[in-house]
Write a protein that binds this ligand. Structure first.
Ligand code: NDP
Length: 464
């Protein structure tokens, strides 16, 4: 088991305390954003100490301030003729190493804090892929659940009627995230194309008939499993016969499940925001195909699984009251693939007590800081989201390259590149951790490796 010696939380240094105090005064109430920054600053303090050039150039102060935040009204009409008004956002965080790149999230919880946390993490994640992409994030508090296709289309058209002014293939290239899948990307792209009279790679995650890359829908989930396999391989283990817990049942969860099956493991759980299913026999390919149809075509709830597969059980969960009991089920590998802060300290401790070996985060920031400290302190192989789920944006960057060259790669070519990129992210994270005397600590390693490339570019380009 890797030794992960530095505690993530616990006593803060004077530098971190002072920095976070100033940041919270400037960004009151932005709890998710402050959480994401603190995690990074703790990792980066030794880097700043060893490299005065970063302090001399005010790199950290500049990196926690987005280049700009765009906010706009999105008005649309439902099928009954009633008018609704939602809020749209794009946070263009940092483009020092390439055009802003990051998904759009449509979910009622979306606010500026959540998008700033996601945009901030995206800067580090995109740098880790080694591809030339900056970081951004956007979305709306619109809830596509329960809406007809026509309503979603009207919303997306209205959203893009404003966003189109601020994005472009060399400026800012959005993709999907929670609530934004192939259907939404299609409607968004259609409106962009109409408004600008141009067919460009302005969005990724497009259909393969209209400029999309093969393997893009699969990439985040596949990549998260490749990352877990690399962490296990480092310890002389493999995914073969591993019992796995997956949360969520959307894009990332579905393709995580598929890749676990490919590598010989067994997935026992899936969930959505209302509850989770436990299938002790494992979710095989036939059951997974049923889930994909349920979620992507019929747009149903995971509770319906037990009617189709009677050996399984379904339980409601109230996520406002703490983590899902899904994490109480004994397994060796966990793939949180739903949303932020879904594993709290209690759930992390239960996973550790039940002998979890590895946690690979398909979701962004799914583990609370207290949960992270428990995993790292217990020697669990802990793959943080900005490393483990970077496969999605990496294939998006390949899609951008394919679009501009108007060439298209085969499924196997893209999958091979994805696997290589995940191996590289694993290695640079481990190398950075070792270089800063925290061997095996993927959290610090990923933060340090992601930071360095962006920081050096900012130094080179001057104070702007
Ligand atoms: P989807 O919308 O396809 O699926 C999200 C899943 O998570 C659904 O099952 C949803 O349930 C559940 N969920 C969403 N919000 C909550 C919540 N507040 N509480 C509990 N469950 C919730 O999204 P993705 O699969 O694309 O995204 C999942 C995670 O992966 C997110 O953290 C996202 O940021 C991250 N990610 C996604 C990437 C991508 O390429 N798509 C890339 C990198 C990271 P319900 O249907 O009930 O809402």
């Amino acid at each position: 088991m890797a030794s992960q010696t530095i505690e993530h939380t616990g006593s803060r240094s004077a530098f971190v305390t002072e920095f976070m105090h100033a940041l919270s005064e400037k960004n009151p109430g932005e709890t998710e954003f402050l959480q994401a920054v603190e995690e990074c600053i703790v990792s980066l303090e030794p880097v700043l100490d060893r490299n005065p050039v970063y302090r001399d150039n005010g790199i950290i102060d500049r990196m926690v301030e987005p280049d700009r935040i765009l906010q706009f009204r999105v008005s649309w009409m439902d099928d009954a003729g009633e008018v609704h008004v939602n809020r749209g956002y794009r946070v263009q965080f940092n483009n020092a190493i390439g055009p802003y790149k990051g998904g759009l999230r449509f979910h009622p919880s979306v606010n500026q804090s959540i998008l700033k946390f996601l945009g901030f993490e995206q800067v580090f994640k995109n740098s880790l892929t080694t591809l030339p992409i900056g970081g951004g994030k956007g979305g709306s508090d619109f809830d596509p659940r329960g809406r007809s296709d026509a309503e979603v289309m009207r919303f997306c058209s209205s959203f893009m009627s404003e966003l189109f002014r601020f994005i472009g293939p060399d400026t800012d290239v959005p993709a999907g995230d929670i609530g934004v899948g192939g259907r939404e990307i299609g409607y968004l792209f259609g409106q962009y194309r109409k408004l600008t009279n141009s067919f460009t790679g302005v969005l990724t995650g497009r259909g393969v008939n209209w400029g999309g890359s093969l393997i893009r829908p699969e990439a985040t989930g596949f990549g998260s499993v490749y990352f877990a396999a690399e962490m296990l391989h480092e310890q002389g283990k493999s995914m073969e016969a591993m019992d796995c817990l997956v949360s969520g049942s959307g894009n990332v969860a579905q393709y995580t499940t598929e890749k676990v099956l490919d590598l010989g493991g067994r997935v026992l759980t899936m969930s959505d925001s209302t509850g989770y299913i436990h299938d002790p026999e494992g979710i095989d390919r036939e059951k997974l195909a049923w889930v994909m149809d349920l979620k992507n075509t019929r747009r149903g709830r995971i509770a319906e699984y037990v009617d189709a597969f009677p050996g399984s059980t379904y339980s409601d969960h109230d996520l406002t009251a703490g983590s899902s009991p899904l994490w109480n089920i004994p397994a060796q590998v966990a793939f949180p693939s739903a949303t932020q802060n879904e594993i709290d300290a209690r759930a992390a401790q239960t996973l550790v007590d039940n002998g979890i070996l590895a946690v690979s985060e398909g979701a962004n920031m799914p583990t609370t800081p207290e949960g992270q400290a428990i995993f790292i302190g217990s020697g669990v192989l802990y793959g943080p989201g900005k490393a483990a789920n970077a496969g999605g944006v990496a294939v998006s960057a390949l899609e951008m390259a394919q679009s501009s060259q108007r060439v298209y790669s085969s499924r196997d070519e893209v999958d091979d590149r994805l696997r290589d990129i995940m191996k590289r992210i694993h290695k640079v994270s481990l190398d950075a951790a070792a270089a800063y005397d925290v061997p095996g600590n993927y959290l610090h390693g990923a933060n340090i490796a992601g930071f360095t490339k962006v920081a050096d570019a900012m130094v080179d380009q001057g104070v702007i």
